[in-house]
Design a protein around this ligand. Structure first.
Ligand code: PHB
Length: 393
């Protein structure tokens, strides 16, 4: 057994864990990051693709990389399609902001390269991780890929370990609340080898269900359609998928650019929040503390926003020596979390059709979409939420 000391031990080497390690390094605080997934496994996972303006500023201004500006694609608006017609929400005109299409995998690659260049201690592919917060210092124990058992004692332990977080479960019973909502549908996601069908994303409401047309590169698109939560990717061949997509999206002169399909997955739909995000020396960030349904692409952005606040709280903790300043973290992060919960829930319910939706429900949804796209104030409300709120002070 090897025993090590560090200031901050971080469980999870996704974007939240790596960005935290990077921001702490910039203020002279050392950390060790571990993940039970291998580097290749994290890099190979397809996740959402939209970064809010504030997320882009955070990555660029903190020196992670400016690749998002050179290789990402700036989107100044988005299309809501219903009744077979496109309605564009012009972000620049309405709120003077944009979003960037830059897949989460690229964010991960940039962060891990930056940590490596700065001599960061990131250990991928560890096994048998155990966290213990009962003693004077939090301790995390794990086995390295070469078989060495390692014990890390830290001042603070961060759970950035995703929606199935083991760190969240290390909170003692009864100290945190949970809020949870399930939806009666999921998304079927897939990659399409064909150039973009449109220059901006299209969120479509149809009586056959929701569909989203997104992109990855000039030759690759990412698309999703609403499906049952128990749908199995192997039951859907290309023909069946295109028949479904055409029904939902094509019409009035618009046609999807079709091509060979790969990377089929079913994404669960859940809304979840736990608070407080801190207990003693253990703090949660990103999906470990909250998940949103993917409509609106808030998950990664929320994780990065958490970490911006958390890095400041940790710097305050070392500056003042007072652990109570860490309590401000939950308070500051949670306001944005609940705004994003509302937005993701609202966009989901506005655009999806429940199997038991009544004719009244369907007409009302059209009224809602018409009110949103037909009013400058309605459209600005959507644009502000989609491009993201200012990072909290
Ligand atoms: C994606 O490109 O993967 C994507 C875009 C927007 C969303 C969700 C996913 O709301």
């Amino acid at each position: 057994m090897t025993t090590t000391r560090t200031q901050v031990a971080i469980v999870g080497a996704g974007p939240a864990g790596l960005l935290l390690s990077h921001l702490l390094h910039r203020t002279g605080i050392e950390s060790i990051v571990i993940d039970n997934r291998g580097y290749e496994q994290i890099a190979g996972t397809i996740r959402a693709g939209i970064l809010e303006a504030g997320s882009v500023r955070l990555l660029v201004d903190s020196g992670v990389s400016d690749r998002v500006l050179t290789e990402g694609m700036r989107h100044d608006g988005v299309v809501l399609r219903f009744h077979g017609e496109n309605h564009r929400i012009d972000f620049q005109d309405l709120v003077g902001e944009s979003v960037w299409l830059y897949p989460q995998t690229e964010v991960f690659l940039d962060l891990s390269a930056r940590r490596a260049a700065d001599g960061g201690d990131v250990r991928y592919g560890v096994t048998d991780t155990v966290v213990d917060i009962a003693g004077a210092r939090p301790v995390v124990t794990f086995t390295e890929s070469d078989g060495t058992r390692v014990e890390v004692a830290a001042d603070l332990l961060i759970g950035a370990d995703g929606s199935r977080s083991m760190c969240r479960h290390a909170f003692p019973a009864g100290v945190r609340d949970e809020w949870f909502r399930e939806y009666p549908f999921a998304w079927f996601g897939f990659l399409v080898e064909a150039p973009p069908s449109h220059d901006e994303l299209i969120y479509t409401r149809s009586d056959f269900g929701f569909a989203l047309i997104s992109q990855r590169t000039s030759t690759m698109q990412r698309m999703y359609f609403q499906c049952r939560p128990d749908e199995r990717p192997e039951d859907w061949d290309d023909d069946r998928i295109w028949t479904e997509m055409r029904k939902r999206v094509n019409g009035n002169g618009f046609e999807l650019a079709e091509g060979p399909i790969s990377a089929k997955t079913v994404l669960p739909f859940r809304s979840f929040v736990t608070a407080p995000m801190r207990h003693d020396k253990l703090l949660l960030a990103g999906d470990a503390a909250h998940t949103v349904p993917p409509t609106g692409a808030k998950g990664l952005n929320l994780a990065l926003a958490d970490v911006a606040v958390l890095a400041e709280s940790i710097a305050d903790f070392y500056g003042t020596g007072d652990a109570d300043v860490l309590d401000r973290y939950t308070e500051r992060a949670l306001d944005r979390v609940w705004r994003a919960q509302h937005f993701s829930y609202w966009a989901t319910t506005m655009l999806h059709t429940a199997a038991d939706a009544s004719p009244f429900d369907r007409q009302r949804q059209h009224g809602e979409l018409s009110m949103l796209t037909g009013s400058r104030h309605g459209a600005a409300y959507f644009a502000e939420a989609y491009t993201g709120w200012q990072h909290p002070k």
